[in-house]
Design a protein around this ligand. Structure first.
Ligand SMILES: Cc1cc2nc3c(=O)[nH]c(=O)nc-3n(C[C@H](O)[C@H](O)[C@H](O)COP(=O)(O)OP(=O)(O)OC[C@H]3O[C@@H](n4cnc5c(N)ncnc54)[C@H](O)[C@@H]3O)c2cc1C
Length: 400
């Protein structure tokens, strides 16, 4: 039987899940390509920023992970620069690969809108690990500088989070909770920290259940996060943020989580895209016009009854599972399955030891919600850590 050459581009939630499923069939010869050597668990970045984790806990090494599947799986740390869908070739910054099937799973990146003056220059994103690391260090340094000011003057530290979707809300709550504990534990006098969460929509967490929104707002207010919804950021300078309401807020540093856009590879691909620039796919997740090419996760968009499904790791994984099934069916000339996404639940981290969520129709909040979120995360990361031999002393020989 002829082997299937499968190229997976992107080792995020979608790419890894597809790899796990496809690698079960030894007739699949799989190459995973990613420009980073690690799988970055973005859903756990809130704990990283709050010093609950270091970056080793939110990353999985892709070389060791792929090696664990057997000799039919390989990982190459290379950036994909283009795809020739007609010739069935993937080009990277180093070489080109032929494929029978390709899966594009390159995710998305923070969109720093050109129309907002100064945004790109002065605001930070957290979608890439190096950005999250930079932000965490800057945040801690700012807290430290506040302490240094004790006994002289005590100026407020002003943090702006623009964009109150899942990631903006989690980050704002986590910073507020972390700094509250930080000041309390050390009994510092200079405790003036202002966190302002800005959103262009009428209410925070668009697309999320009313009960969860209300519970999140209550918790954010308890943490003294100032919520300013229904107004847009129009200009950012080194130390201020101007809003469409006419307000000018003082700013020491700013996180922007107000928009995402496709990665540069997607911009360059000559395929059909939706109005936001994401890869257009059919009901089987094939890229329009190419039955051997699939797109999954945040680089594409999926609709249930005409409504855009919010891009999450859960959605990316469900797409990946079905994509793997369809590749297997296609190679055996079987019927393909249509994509239907069912939300398995949502858990929103709102500071240390606190989360709200809805799992299989049941609401949870407070410490129980937090514990559940931790369990979900642990189940995910533990599976990958075990596979990649995390903790084992046998992986590298001396001097390697
Ligand atoms: C702060 C934050 C909190 C979140 N919280 C949650 C949550 O609680 N629950 C939830 O379900 N979702 C959450 N999400 C959303 C979730 O992280 C994304 O939906 C998920 O990461 C999408 O997975 P993906 O595989 O499509 O993309 P990604 O995970 O972004 O992976 C894309 C991969 O492609 C690689 N890549 C990109 N371009 C190239 C190229 N040219 N060549 C080779 N490789 C390339 C990248 O290096 C990356 O490894 C959160 C996101 C953020 C930022």
């Amino acid at each position: 039987m002829k082997k299937n050459k499968i190229i997976i581009i992107g080792g995020g939630y979608a790419g890894i899940r597809a790899l796990e499923k496809l690698s079960k069939d030894k007739f699949n010869e799989i190459i995973l390509l990613d420009d980073h050597p690690y799988h970055y668990m973005q859903t756990e970045v809130y704990g990283f920023i709050a010093n609950e984790n270091d970056f080793s806990k939110i990353t999985v090494d892709l070389f060791t992970l792929c090696a664990s599947f057997g000799s039919h799986v390989a990982f190459h740390k290379q950036k994909v620069t283009s795809i020739d869908f007609d010739a069935k070739k993937v080009m990277t910054d180093e070489q080109s690969y032929d494929y029978d099937y390709v899966i594009v799973a390159v995710g998305s990146r923070t969109k720093f809108f050109d129309s907002i003056i100064g945004l790109k220059k002065y605001a930070h994103g957290i979608k890439a690990l190096y950005r999250a690391l930079y932000f965490k260090q800057k945040f801690e340094l700012s807290l430290f500088n506040k302490i240094e000011e004790e006994g002289t003057y005590c100026k407020a530290l002003n943090i702006i989070v623009a964009g109150a979707g899942l990631s903006g809300v989690e980050i704002a709550a986590q910073m507020a909770s972390f700094s509250r504990d930080f000041y309390k534990e050390n009994n510092f006098l200079c405790r003036k920290l202002t966190i302002v969460l800005i959103d262009a929509c009428e209410r925070i967490l668009p697309g999320i259940d009313d009960f969860l929104v209300a519970a999140s707002i209550k918790r954010l207010l308890e943490l003294e996060v100032i919520i300013k919804d229904n107004r847009k950021v129009i200009e950012v300078t080194e130390n201020s943020v101007s809003l469409s309401s006419g307000e000018v807020l003082p700013m020491d540093f700013m996180i922007f989580t107000g928009g995402v856009e496709p990665k540069e590879l997607v911009y360059d691909l000559d395929v059909l895209k939706d109005r936001r620039g994401h890869i257009a796919i059919n009901e089987y997740m094939q890229i329009e016009g190419y039955e051997n090419a699939y797109a999954i996760g945040d680089c594409t968009a999926i609709y249930n009854d005409g409504i855009l499904v919010a891009p999450t790791a859960d959605v990316a994984e469900q797409m990946a599972e079905l994509c793997a099934k369809n590749i297997s069916n296609s190679s055996k000339n079987k019927k393909l399955e249509k994509v239907i996404i069912k939300s398995r639940g949502i858990l929103i981290a709102l500071g240390r030891g606190y989360a709200v969520g809805k799992i299989f129709g049941f609401y949870v909040d407070g410490y129980l919600g937090y514990l559940l979120k931790k369990v979900v995360e642990k189940v995910y990361s533990k599976r990958l850590f075990l596979r990649s031999g995390r903790g084992s002393k046998k992986i590298f020989s001396k001097g390697a």
